[in-house]
Design a protein around this ligand. Structure first.
Ligand code: INI
Length: 157
């Protein structure tokens, strides 16, 4: 029988940081609400959650790196909303945020979750911020809890 390594959803005693952007705050605030709901439902205490706010999604990787380097959190949840406009700006911001978040996670070994909406329209972002297509903040926090538990499980590999 193969041995399977996977993470559960227990967050008691674990520490999380949420790094979120103010740009499109009417969406990102809903993502943060969703993430807090998920963490608390998994048993995390409010006191074990820190929220870091940055101006836009472009700044998320730098703040996430600072947080990861402190080694005080078991996982970092990055939440933002990049919505396409009439110029190529969207591509630059979403591309840098995506690359940067992956880099922070790989360089530090801390699970850093990509919870940044990249949508063509405001409506698509609203759908993913607690309406008909779920809440990306909630699912990102669940991903963070799973990765924290998987990281512990992999210590026995
Ligand atoms: N930042 C976002 O988080 N979402 C966007 O949709 C966005 N757009 O489209 O411009 C955006 N721009 C700001 C960017 O993230 C930086 O904060 C800014 O360029 C300063 O570095």
């Amino acid at each position: 029988m193969p041995k399977i390594y996977e993470g559960g959803f227990q967050a008691q005693g674990k520490k999380f940081a949420i790094v979120t952007s103010r740009f499109n705050d009417f969406i990102t605030a809903k993502l943060v609400d969703g993430a807090l709901d998920a963490l608390v439902r998994c048993g995390c205490s409010d006191a074990d959650i820190d929220i870091v706010k940055v101006p836009g999604a472009f700044e998320i990787p730098m703040a996430a790196k600072k947080v990861a380097e402190k080694r005080k959190h078991d996982a970092i949840i990055c939440l933002g909303a990049v919505i396409r406009g009439a110029t190529p700006h969207f591509e630059y911001v979403s591309g840098e945020a995506t690359k940067g978040i992956a880099m922070v996670s790989l360089e530090t070994g801390v699970p850093v979750i990509f919870g940044i909406l990249t949508t063509d329209t405001i409506e698509q972002a609203i759908e993913r911020a607690g309406t008909k297509a779920g809440n990306k903040g909630f699912s990102s926090a669940m991903d963070a809890v799973e990765m924290v538990n998987l990281t512990s499980a992999l210590e026995d590999l």
